[in-house]
Ligand binder design. Structure first.
Ligand code: PMP
Length: 284
């Protein structure tokens, strides 16, 4: 497959990044994952806006304007023949020439890498119908989860805890409340009300989250943005997660306890359908 590295579209085997790149040495970098349906990008503007915010929070320069980045995304989709799948983008603070904790001068050239993954069937409902099982795990990540950094070791560990327990994913818990999933935002539904954690430094502001909450409100569903506990989740009628690559996916058990009737909930099913339909229409 063809990847993009600092201005060049090259074969994966020919791609090179310095061992002194701060992404490699300090996890000093940010990323975005944009899904592709029908060969088009879903919610590119949302991802570009969040990317710019992540860069600003870390005082990192954008390697090029966001409109040009869109063209790089499109070229990657074209070169790799992606019909359904994703584009991964990563910007790191680059190679200042030596290892030093302090940020290098602002004119250090950032590294920009993109690759694609083809995922035929991404929008199918087969996976969604089965639903996910999750475990709860302490949230041991750093305090700025609102910045989408490549520092993903704890989410990996949480995923391994889930695997070891025979589950699909982990919902992380801090001070007694669920923050989010290892790579998605977490929701419960009780009666006609959708509950998901309010935004803050504790979670990533999901681009899918913003769209799904907008569609929910437009469909006259009630939305509460507030913290909830694992016990409240176990007692909910249904639960689900959202992310760019899973859209809306039901959660059917938590810590081995079935949620609702243990099947895909009707609210999650409806939101998934609306989200995919509307996203296809607005895709670029
Ligand atoms: N929270 C975390 C921790 C994530 O890693 C992700 C996926 N990148 C999300 C939420 C969902 O964000 P989005 O809808 O923008 O993919």
């Amino acid at each position: 497959r063809t990847v993009y590295v600092n201005g060049d579209y090259v074969a994966e085997a020919d791609a090179k990044i310095s061992v002194f790149d701060r992404g490699f040495l300090f996890a000093d970098g940010v990323y975005e994952v944009t899904s592709v349906l029908d060969g088009k990008l879903i919610d590119y503007d949302g991802h570009a806006t969040r990317l710019q915010r992540s860069l600003d929070e870390l005082e990192m320069a954008a390697p090029m304007p966001m409109e040009e980045l869109l063209e790089v995304h499109r070229e990657m989709v074209r070169l790799n023949n992606i019909d359904e799948g994703l584009v991964y983008l990563q910007i790191t603070r680059g190679n200042p020439g030596d290892r030093d904790f302090a940020y290098p001068p602002a004119d250090t050239k950032p590294s920009l890498v993109l690759f694609t993954q083809s995922k035929p069937g991404l929008s199918s409902n087969a996976a969604a119908e089965k639903g996910l099982s999750v475990i709860s795990a302490p949230d041991m990540r750093w305090g700025r989860r609102d910045i989408k950094t490549v520092q993903l070791l704890y989410p990996s560990m949480a995923k391994m805890l889930a695997k070891a327990a025979g589950a699909d994913d982990a919902w992380m818990v801090e001070d007694g409340f669920v923050t989010e999933g290892s790579s998605n935002n977490a929701y419960i539904v009780k009666g006609n009300t959708i509950v998901t954690r309010h935004l803050g430094n504790e979670i990533l502001a999901g681009i899918t989250r913003a769209a799904v909450l907008r569609f929910a409100r437009e469909s006259q569903m009630k939305v509460e943005e507030r913290s909830f506990t694992v016990d409240e989740a176990k007692d909910a009628d249904e639960a689900f997660v959202t992310s760019a690559t899973t859209f809306v996916t039901p959660v059917v058990s938590i810590d081995g306890e079935q949620i609702g009737d243990g099947k895909q909930g009707s609210v999650a099913a409806r939101l998934r359908e609306i989200y995919i339909e509307e996203s296809r229409k607005a895709a670029v």
